[in-house]
Design a protein around this ligand. Sequence first.
Ligand code: NAD
Length: 485
Amino acid sequence: MMTSKLAWFETDKCFIDGRWVAARSGAHLPVEDPSRGVEIGAIARGTSADIDAAVDAAEGALAGKWGRLTATERGRLLMRLADLVRGRIEDLARIEAIDVGKPIRQGRADALALARYMEFYAGAADKVMGETIPYLDGYTVYTLREPHGVTGHIVPWNYPMQIAGRTIGAALAMGNACVLKPAEEACLTSLALADLSREAGFPAGALNVAPGLGEEAGAALAGHPGVRHLSFTGSVAVGAVVQAAAARHVAPVTLELGGKSPQLVFADADLDRALPFLVNAGIQNAGQTCSAAARILIERSRYAEVVERMAERYRALRVGPAEADLDVGPLISAKQKAIVSSFIEEGADLTLAGEGSIVADAPGGGHYVAPTLFANVKPDHRLAQEEIFGPVQVAIPFDDEVEAATIANGTGYGLVAGVWTADGGRQMRIARALRSGQVFINNYGAGGGVELPFGGVGKSGHGREKGLEALFGFSTLKTVAAWHG
Ligand code: NAD
């Protein structure tokens, strides 16, 4: 059977209560290889019945063995899981590359990030503490950090392994029991994570994975009254729907949504250092990165020089299938290619500054788009305002610090920003002026760094994943006030 070639585990099932089970509907969804546009396997088409079973299993885990483990024991399990991930880096990288179409070295980087999330949260699990609060005479008051209970996690297709890792790692460290709904376009490594959790010895029901369509399994999870906290990573439109569904049973929601992130290049910037970051942060993962640096804002006195040096890099970019491990792979789907291509067509009135090339032997049927750099773009142009989610960057000139910050803050999004300047005072002023969840000074992390709290403001969402901060989101604070006279 084709699916057996894709991975070492059962790719066409749900993982519920520690076991591989077929979707209750008996139906499947196709797995597509975006490098070729052909079907290479099948995944389960989970629906509300599977979500109900997964939530029941998670509740059972909390009432049973999982709920009784100490924080140290949870940390130990996460560390065992991290070790198993490290032992499977090449397998995981290959599966992710095939499923998402990303160059194999990006798959490897994602697998390493998954291991790092597990290690980080393994170490953190028994270091989350409450506090004692000075209060009235005769009282002792303290706080307890407790898990929410059953947590729901809905993740997208662009970095499935990294995003599942960060949200599941933190939630499990805090003692929640998780139901994960991966994206229908790419869910294989979420299933791999489930299988490795079983091998690591997590009690049944601690982590459940139910693949399926967003409007079926996803909607069922978002609206399930047994889910005490929802973590959603994806588009603004679906994030709003998920938040509304959770509001019906007053569940808190973390939303990690899109972005139109800027990098600001001042005339005194170290360009040799900046250039690889300026371009890579736009084309990594074929631009399908929430924190992609989609807008490059450049001080006018060096605008032409920076654009030309970026264009030079663009002309050297090669696009091809995942296994060729070139600069850029295909987009995830024909639908995504159509969306990105129509944005590029809309740039007909702009200056086409630089373009990469699709290699001649790229398989027909693959969803390839040549990376495109547009120059002389007005800040209010649609290509400078809307998230494209493809390998497209726009270069915008500015005249001074205030204008740079105004343009940077002018999209309604606020996920990540980069600032390139040698002036220490300006670094501090701009970092404060930017409406953004993360600001990188003389570097650009594209959301990297498991230790760094990550999330947005405005249309980019609310709440924080990653770092120790995520542990607070995945827990609730109880205040205990004892009168003893
Ligand atoms: P999407 O919103 O279409 O899908 C995300 C997830 O939501 C998928 O699992 C999908 O099945 C599910 N879903 C769809 N409809 C649903 C519904 N009605 N109810 C519940 N769940 C539903 O997003 P996408 O196209 O998969 O991902 C691209 C978007 O994600 C981009 O906007 C990107 O910026 C954003 N993103 C954000 C981050 C971040 O950390 N901020 C990371 C990656 C991607």
